[in-house]
Design a protein around this ligand. Structure first.
Ligand code: ADP
Ligand code: GLC
Length: 478
């Protein structure tokens, strides 16, 4: 193993969103390109973990202030992810049924202790592991203190030679906590205190940006946006520009292949129209929608970042306009939005339908059976849904932001390069106009088919982004 990825998620073991998809896929492609790569995440009490065998590779205990937290590092024995997959089993901290939130829908109150014990467990194992990797690649704030700890905590000084890369998937979450919790950290050099601080708090995201050897964001546009507006961290991202790079994510073509996807009613054969029709039929049945209308769908977390709060009023508008379409939603999130969608379910039967759950298989069917995928995101660091949708012949309708800007040129662009419908402002007017354009496109089959054919042929595979990461690793001596 040359590189170890440290993350809170890894598909298919533990996924809450795109971070899981990326960490479950990138290591396969890095390994295939000649950089043997492994992953470590916390061991949650989720179904996947019960169904797989693990063996212990290290046992230890980390100190959190005045008590020790015992832990075990285990490796998945069958290597079923296609790369060495490790978990940190930390009883009392991660053996819970949710990744970030408990069954009541609330985040865990002891997150600071949880992620501090996870990160230290990884480092203690690294210190004591003869076959340790040559570089650590940390993802999001959950692993953001690692680059600091290996440089400035005497306990981990044995790793200070180890280069670190930090990837920002979601800069909206900093993992910040007050200095009153400093006593939970391992002891560190007094003069390094400033590296932990941002706006008067200990801020793992900011600390990672300061301390990691290289910082990547999951699209070039998102890097630029963070430098303009990063919840107060924009000056830091400008200052560290020299070590930052935006690399657009790929998609795992082993998981997202319309010809072999076992979640679909009908796999893709020679006839694209038949593939779309059969899957739309099934989808319309599930959602009880009229299959003859243009079907627009939304899949994702029902939160402000994804712009899901634009949808309820937009639906009212559209349902009272001449644009005859149906709309399906799959997602979970803010209780206020969930109840708004429940109400719409009652109000527009046959034309609007929301399934408020996490359902991997249904997500696949939506990408295959919809005509359009709606992504009105306020912020979208990369976005994978639009790429899955395009691969499955579904035309994205996106707000021009982050990775959506990099992956979805508008169909009005010259030279037949358009891939979807884009809108700029986060307003009902812009959203409604975008949906109106979609309905018009639906009623123009020759153009619709031409665009469908174009997007299905695009190459969003991981090979190119993996090569860009390898370039970074090489620059860091790996
Ligand atoms: P983010 O990571 O910000 O949530 P991405 O577009 O990168 O957004 O990735 C979202 C991933 O999570 C996709 O694989 C998408 O299909 C999946 N997903 C989101 N919500 C659901 C859901 N309710 N059911 C099934 N899959 C979902
Ligand atoms: C984050 C972002 C999303 C991105 C994903 C994977 O969750 O919100 O845009 O695609 O990470 O990098």
């Amino acid at each position: 193993m040359k590189v170890l990825h440290v993350s809170a998620e890894c598909y298919p073991a533990a996924k809450a969103g795109g971070l899981g998809d990326v960490v479950g896929a990138l290591p396969k492609y890095l390994s295939a390109a000649g950089v043997p790569t492994g992953v470590i995440i916390p061991k949650y009490r989720l179904k996947w973990f019960n169904e797989h065998q693990f063996h212990t590779v290290y046992k230890g205990a980390v100190r959190l202030h005045n008590y020790y937290v015992p832990f075990t590092i285990e490796q998945e024995s069958a290597n079923s992810l296609g790369f060495p997959f490790f978990v940190a089993d930390i009883p009392g901290k991660f053996d819970r049924p949710g990744i970030y939130i408990g069954p009541g829908g609330h985040s865990y109150a002891d997150d600071v202790e949880r992620y501090l014990s996870f990160q230290q467990a990884v480092l203690q194992w690294m210190l004591n592991s003869p076959g340790r990797p040559r570089l650590l690649h940390c993802h999001d704030h959950h692993a953001g203190l690692i680059p600091f700890m290996i440089k400035h905590c005497p306990e981990y000084r044995g790793l200070s030679w180890m280069p670190t890369v930090f990837t920002i998937h979601n800069g909206a979450y900093h993992g910040a906590f007050g200095w009153d919790k400093m006593y939970l950290l391992p002891s560190f050099e007094a003069e390094a205190r400033g590296l932990l601080d941002w706006s008067g708090n200990i801020n793992p995201l900011a600390t990672a940006v300061k301390c990691a050897g290289r910082v990547t964001t999951v699209s070039p546009s998102y890097l630029k946006e963070l430098q303009q507006n990063a919840g107060g961290m924009e000056s830091l991202l400008q200052h560290e520009q020299h070590k930052c790079l935006g690399i657009i994510n790929g998609i795992d073509s082993q998981v997202w292949d319309p010809a072999t996807d076992s979640y679909l009613g009908a796999p893709l054969g020679e006839d694209v129209a038949a593939f779309k029709k059969a899957n739309k039929q099934l989808l319309a049945q599930h959602f009880r929608l009229n299959p003859n209308l243009p079907l627009v769908s939304f899949v994702g977390r029902l939160v402000g970042q994804k712009g899901a709060d634009l949808i309820p009023d937009l639906i009212h508008r559209v349902m009272h306009s001449d644009d005859n379409l149906s709309f399906a939603i799959l997602g979970t999130g803010e209780p206020g939005l969930e109840s708004a969608f429940n109400q719409l379910n009652q109000q527009y039967p046959g034309r609007f339908s929301a399934t408020l759950e996490y359902n991997e298989g249904l997500a696949h069917l939506i990408y295959a059976g919809s005509d359009f995928l709606f992504m009105p995101s306020r912020i979208e660091p990369c976005g994978l849904n639009q790429m899955y949708a395009m691969g499955y012949g579904t035309i994205p309708i996106v707000r021009s932001v982050g990775g959506l800007k990099n992956t979805v040129p508008d169909i009005g662009e010259p030279n037949n390069t358009g891939r979807g419908i884009r809108f700029n402002q986060f307003t009902l007017d812009d959203g409604q106009l975008a949906l109106h354009r979609a309905v018009q496109l639906f009623h123009n089959p020759p153009i619709l088919e031409q665009i469908r054919e174009r997007i299905m042929q695009l190459d969003f595979s991981w090979e190119k982004p993996a090569a860009e990461y390898i370039e970074i690793y090489k620059e860091m001596g790996v």
